[in-house]
Design a protein around this ligand. Structure first.
Ligand code: ADP
Ligand code: MG
Length: 477
């Protein structure tokens, strides 16, 4: 039997506000335990939450970016459960009326575009953290993270493979970072994902029973966890069993998921509107104010790069992977007055090669946009050849200065003086009488050999086009 996979993702994006969702405590990552937890965060009796409007602005920003409905009135609700890292005994969330609903995100898998529905995005607060190490058999509680604002973004069950799921996740990650509402740091837990996975016989209309895989914190693990889960569920069904609806954990060391709790045991959260908080009412001024700050979004920029600069989809995609990258590219094109396609190649392929190799992002590049523009100018005015330019870029990357400094220091200036090139050719011909004879007797494949010898004799600095032209003349019988 053929099986079809159905996936829906719930993403928690930590919002980049300076203070918490309902208190004035700082949200900075990595502070000493419990130094950023105030009376509200540790739930002392009698405290009252005050909502941080900046979090609402960020939620609206996402809503506008995914073409969603931004709800003028949404309601904070209490989600009740007991856990040591949740001192209030409930999490403030949004339930029936979220701040954002009905958006979409377009993904691209192997060149095929697909629109994925986003059911809702709602505001909520994070819990604290239990620390199980270093406490000699006891558990430590760090409440620094308690009350940090989160935006939970829930997709429709529109994804049909682990590849689509990862593409969606990457796209959403790019967007929240682009909008400046989340730092996207997955190791630190700023962007994490629960994957809901089910399978059904191909052609079946009804969804199968799903398992929810909790808190997967890398793109690779999401893909692996889903793949494992698909195989497990198909195995259960083909063995005549039934999939139980449950919450599972992904263990990356063993590359498998295991049951955490079944849905039957799942808590009844007893959601109800939080009496301490008024409904969140957004007026036109706020929404329009946010709209006015919306910058060109990644998809629009990619399409513009393709039409304005004649780039292919791949290069345009790489060059719009982040705002910094896109700004870098446009700065180079402007400063170097370079052919946009050549500039694209040098950034999306050559420079990106170094960035990937050394695991850096463009903001950390030793080669600034001005330096890259300088390199392209020397390429355009024939001071150096493309091959030498790669060496110059490597030296620039290693911190040896700008293109002119590297070219000067290493004596890489291209030889365009035809007299000098002819002299090198004469020497090569004198040293290779046998090859000359063979070439003139018709072995034309030797032409490449002569080009190579001349380039070698000039340490790669001779202008390749001139070498070709002059060699042809001189070698002719
Ligand atoms: P809960 O809050 O209990 O997790 P939701 O209705 O909010 O339930 O659904 C959570 C996620 O599960 C959504 O992303 C949704 O698309 C996805 N989902 C729902 N049904 C299925 C299914 N049968 N298979 C896979 N994903 C599903
Ligand atoms: Mg869920």
């Amino acid at each position: 039997m053929e099986w079809e996979t159905v996936i829906g993702l719930e993403v928690h994006a930590q919002l980049l506000t300076k203070s918490k969702a309902f208190s004035g405590a700082a949200t900075q990552y990595g502070a000493a335990p419990n130094t950023q937890a105030c009376a509200v965060d540790i739930a002392l009796p009698g405290v009252l939450p005050v909502f941080n409007k900046e979090a609402a602005r960020m939620a609206v920003k996402l809503g506008l970016a995914i073409g969603a409905q931004v709800n003028r009135r949404s309601v904070f609700a209490r989600k009740n459960y007991f856990y040591p890292d949740l001192p209030k005994g409930y999490q403030i969330s949004q339930y029936e009326l979220p701040v954002v609903s009905k958006g979409t995100l377009t993904i691209d898998v192997d060149g095929v575009e697909k629109v994925i529905g986003i059911t809702r995005a709602h505001l909520e607060e994070d819990a604290g953290k239990s620390l199980h190490e270093d406490f000699h058999g006891m558990t430590g509680i760090d409440l620094n993270r308690a009350g940090t604002p989160l935006l939970e973004i829930v997709s429709e069950p529109d994804l049909r493979s682990s590849k689509e799921a990862v593409a969606y996740l990457k796209k959403l990650h790019q967007l929240v970072v682009w909008l400046g509402i989340c730092d996207g740091n997955m190791q630190e837990g700023s962007f994490r994902c629960d994957a809901n996975v089910s399978v059904r016989p191909k052609g079946e209309k009804k969804f199968g029973t799903r398992a929810e895989i909790k808190n997967v914190n890398s793109f690779r693990f999401v893909e692996k966890a889903i793949e494992y889960e698909i195989e497990r569920q198909v195995g259960v069904l083909e063995g005549g069993g039934t999939v139980v609806q449950e919450t599972r954990l992904y263990d990356s060391d063993k590359d498998q998921t295991r049951s955490m709790r079944s849905k039957e045991e799942a808590m009844d959260y007893r959601y109800f509107p939080d009496p301490d908080l008024p409904p969140l009412v957004l007026d036109d001024a706020l929404i329009e104010g946010v709209r006015a700050t919306l910058i060109e979004l990644p998809d629009a920029k990619r399409v513009r790069f393709m039409s304005q600069y004649g780039l292919n989809k791949y290069d345009a995609g790489v060059l719009t992977s982040s705002r910094e990258m896109a700004d870098y590219y446009e700065a180079v094109v402007k400063q170097a007055k370079a052919d946009p396609k050549i500039a694209a190649n040098w950034i999306a392929v050559e420079l990106s090669g170094f960035l990937n190799r050394d695991n850096k992002d463009i903001a950390q590049s030793t080669v600034t946009a001005t330096m890259m523009a300088g390199l392209l100018r020397r390429l355009a005015d024939n001071t150096i050849s493309g091959k030498i330019a790669k060496d110059v870029l490597e030296a620039m990357w290693a911190g040896e200065g700008n293109a002119d400094a590297v070219i000067e220091k290493k004596g890489l200036r291209q030889i365009t003086d035809s007299g000098a090139i002819e002299k090198a050719i004469d020497e090569v011909m004198a040293k290779n009488p046998k090859q000359m004879e063979q070439y003139r007797a018709g072995k034309e494949t030797l032409f490449g050999y002569f080009v190579g010898q001349v380039m070698k004799a000039t340490q790669g600095k001779a202008n390749p086009a001139q070498v070709n032209e002059l060699l042809k003349k001189k070698l002719a019988p």
